[in-house]
Design a protein around this ligand. Structure first.
Ligand code: FES
Length: 141
């Protein structure tokens, strides 16, 4: 239960700080730690463990590609490589125009339709290169 309140508290703090500070990654961490009376290492540990925490704003659209075992076995890593090589978009990065963020996720519960992805919260099964290209070209153009 304590970790839940810590996580919720930190999320609220980051939401507030994100709008007020120009560099939330550097400036917010000690403020959050002091406010919650925990160490900066504990804040960093929680932020880096939970994938949905961000230290910088996400793009307008967020594409998550599942990299867990079932999706790996069905070609997810080829899609990750395609995003990097064809579109210059690495995992964890946002396009320069802020339109699309690409993130890794580890199982979306859609293993039977792997490789799986999620675009703006909408689950995509049987994700393939054509769909990846269409999303990147549409959302990042
Ligand atoms: S391993 Fe990708 S959805 Fe489960």
């Amino acid at each position: 239960m304590a970790i839940f309140f810590l996580v919720v508290g930190m999320e609220i703090k980051f939401e507030v700080l994100r709008g007020e500070l120009s560099s939330p990654r550097r400036l917010a961490l000690p403020i959050v730690a002091a406010d919650l009376n925990i160490s900066k290492a504990e804040v960093h540990g929680a932020i880096s463990f939970y994938h949905d925490f961000r230290t910088a704003p996400a793009g307008e659209h967020v594409l998550k590609i599942c990299r867990a075992e079932a999706c790996q076995s069905m070609g997810a890593e080829r899609l990750v490589a395609r995003a990097r090589e064809r579109h210059g978009l690495k995992m964890g990065e946002t396009t320069a125009d802020g339109r699309l963020t690409l993130e890794a996720v580890y199982c979306l519960g859609n293993c039977a339709l792997s490789p799986a992805a999620m675009l703006d919260g909408e689950l995509i099964g049987r994700f393939d290169a054509a769909r990846l290209d269409a999303i990147v070209e549409d959302r990042a153009a």
